[in-house]
Design a protein around this ligand. Structure first.
Ligand SMILES: *Cc1c(COP(=O)(O)O)cnc(C)c1O
Length: 290
């Protein structure tokens, strides 16, 4: 019973989000590259069964922000059997001591959160060692702390160009794909375009100017459940959407498990806090919604 309900819910949600993605893309100004935005379904804290359901409805890109959880899911027998073409995105804070573990994930598609030249170095050498010289380069994005909030990870915006230059010129096993930001939560769009997204756009312009790269070759990962349409309208090529596909996340025995009666995700739940919550509740991650 719950399975059928879950399948229908996830399938409908994916379809509705995809329609909204397509609609938003038509509202982009022509000055922006006409790239079809990629929808990343953020499945953190959700069980493999839900990922399989989304996959059956055509979804291929999935995002996780905790290394152990991603490793577990990527090697889950059900997922291995049912989702041969899955593309994993790592979207959480990456610590150097976790790099090898992360890069061992099969079907790892993109690491969105490289936030220093040192980390890029580590990822680069680890990928060379693990995968040998003849395999594909690993796609990475550089995460920028556009809001400047101290509790947020990401590179200070003014270091964007030098870091991208470093990756492009010194990290031969990496394929620089673009820039990523989380940004501040709960921004009120009636005040105008989200300044975090505008900041990412202007840093991309700078990167393209100084490295002589075409705009369409530098992607922008920005926008989540509450603001992915706006993000696409201003140029996102990659949106990371969790709660409106899989339902709100529940964290048993966790301080962040405050009641949230609204059907919309609470902006107070920062994804980075969330990953710590997952860490604390490891092993008891259950889906309480379906
Ligand atoms: C959890 C998370 C998301 C998805 O957030 P929703 O509000 O559930 O769509 C997107 N990006 C990152 C980095 C996250 O950790």
């Amino acid at each position: 019973m719950w399975r059928a309900a879950m399948s229908e819910e996830v399938g409908k949600a994916i379809q509705s989000v995809l329609e909204r993605v397509t609609q938003a893309a038509t509202r982009r100004p022509r000055t922006l590259p006409a790239v079809t935005p990629r929808l990343v379904a953020v499945s953190k804290t959700k069980p493999p069964e839900m990922i399989v359901e989304a996959y059956r409805h055509g979804q291929r890109n999935f995002g996780e922000n905790y290394v152990n959880e991603l490793v577990e899911k990527a090697s889950d027998p059900l997922i291995l059997e049912s989702c041969p073409e899955i593309k994993w995105h790592f979207i959480g804070h990456l610590q150097k001591n976790n790099v090898n573990k992360l890069l061992g994930v099969s079907n790892l598609f993109l690491v969105e959160t490289v936030d220093s030249a040192k980390l890029a170095d580590r990822v680069n050498s680890s990928w060379q060692r693990l995968r040998g010289a003849d395999t594909q380069r690993l796609k990475v994005m550089v995460q920028i702390n556009t809001s400047g909030e101290q509790n947020k990870h990401g590179l200070p915006p003014e270091e964007t160009v030098s870091t991208v230059k470093y990756i492009v010129s010194q990290c031969s096993a990496l394929h620089f794909l673009g820039l990523m930001t989380i940004g501040r939560y709960g921004y009120d769009l009636t005040l105008g375009p989200n300044p975090d997204f505008q900041m990412l756009l202007s840093r991309r312009q700078e990167v393209c100017d100084s490295l002589k790269l075409p705009l369409e070759e530098v992607e922008l990962s920005m926008g989540m459940s509450t603001d992915f349409e706006h993000a696409i309208e201003v140029g996102a090529t990659n949106v990371r959407v969790g709660s409106i596909i899989f339902g709100n996340r529940e964290y048993p025995n966790s301080a962040t498990n405050t009641p949230n009666p609204s059907p919309n995700p609470s902006p107070a739940h920062s994804p980075e806090k969330t990953s710590k919550a997952v860490e604390r509740t490891k092993g008891s991650d259950v889906c309480l919604l379906f």
